[in-house]
Design a protein around this ligand. Structure first.
Ligand code: PHE
Length: 345
């Protein structure tokens, strides 16, 4: 029995000394001192030793147990201090920390919010409307009957209506936020000043300056004695607030069926300040808006008397506004999910 106990002691000590980690030490402890550990079992067996030798063997077992426990404790302290030393040397306090990644507002959202702020400050209300629209509000109510040639310029996406009660070709994805002119003129009583920021869709091949889904801004005002100069003043005010006081606006004649007279607004290229660059194709000007006086037919359709009320309307693209503001040469960058692009703005 004594021999067995001494053997256990020697084995335990050599195992303990060989331990390289706290985990290993814990295992060795269990192996010898655990409930079914070698020493624990041997101590249980002392009961089989003849009575007269039992105290002696018991004392030896106790002594061995103390030795093993002391050795474990010493090894534990050594391993623990080594462990901390290693950890300390792994932390280099002079290294720069890891920067937490913080998101920010997307350039398009930023453009929309800034635009809304500017128009709100001059008394415009903000309206929202459906992206799934009827042919009526997108075209007919805007003085664009079924066979009108201007429909060709708005590559329309038709929704499959086979299962519904709606006539085929009547439900579309809106091609312009002007769809809200009819809806709002019909519901609100003049005078009114409204802007409608929103998404529109066209069946277009995507390239650097075209997308199949993009954001537009529609704006219109209806009141008594509204003239073209109210329109010019409003656009000029907005462009200068958005791009800076040094930006000029020029208007040229243009036809849109829902305005008469109609115009297109060009602004000084904000990239080169009018000197000419690749962004403005060396012209110094960038086409920015469609605009004009609301056509009497549009007012009449909405049951507003054009002899009493007049209005102006304008429309522009937020993507165009954003690319010019942030000097991007490709509209597609705005819908690219690559964070390396977005982080720059
Ligand atoms: N809806 C027109 C377009 O998408 C722009 C426009 C709006 C023109 C209002 C005149 C008046 O091209």
């Amino acid at each position: 029995m004594e021999e067995e106990l001494v053997g256990i002691k020697n084995a335990a000590i050599s195992f303990i000394l060989e331990c390289n980690s706290l985990e290993e030490l814990e295992e060795v402890k269990l192996q010898f001192l655990g409930r079914s550990g070698k020493l624990t079992q041997a101590i249980k067996n002392i009961a089989t030793v003849p009575l007269e030798r039992r105290p002696e063997v018991g004392m030896l077992a106790n002594e061995i147990k103390n030795i093993i426990e002391d050795t474990i404790e010493q090894k534990y302290q050594t391993l623990k201090s080594e462990h901390y030393k290693k950890r300390k040397s792994a932390i280099d306090v002079t290294k720069p920390g890891i920067k937490p990644e913080i998101g920010h507002i997307h350039p398009i959202t930023h453009t929309i919010l800034e635009t809304i702020d500017i128009f709100k400050s001059i008394g415009f209300q903000v309206a929202d409307g459906p992206e799934i629209e009827t042919d009526y509000y997108n075209f007919e109510a805007l003085n664009i009957p079924k066979d009108h040639p201007s429909r060709d310029t708005q590559q329309t996406l038709y929704l499959d209506t086979r299962e519904s009660k709606v006539e085929p070709g009547e439900v579309i994805l809106r091609t312009q936020t002007s769809n809200m002119q009819g809806r709002i003129l019909e519901k609100m009583k003049p005078p009114m000043r409204v802007i409608v920021p929103g998404k529109v869709y066209r069946y277009e091949q995507t390239d650097a300056s075209h997308g199949f889904e993009f954001w537009q801004l529609e704006g219109f005002a209806v009141d008594k004695n509204i003239t073209m100069s109210d329109l010019f003043g409003t656009i000029d005010y907005f462009i200068k607030k958005f791009y800076g006081e040094d930006i000029k606006v020029k208007f040229v004649c243009h036809n849109f069926p829902f305005v008469e007279p109609g115009a297109e607004a060009y602004i000084t290229c904000a990239v080169c300040k009018g000197k000419g660059c690749t962004f403005c194709k060396r012209s110094g000007w960038v086409e920015m808006l469609g605009a004009g006086m609301i056509h009497p037919n549009v007012l009449k359709t909405a049951k507003i008397d054009p002899n009493i009320w007049q209005g102006f309307a304008f429309g522009t693209g937020f993507s165009r506004m954003a690319t010019l503001k942030y000097q991007m040469d490709d509209l597609r960058l705005l819908t690219n999910p690559d964070l390396r692009i977005l982080e720059q703005f």
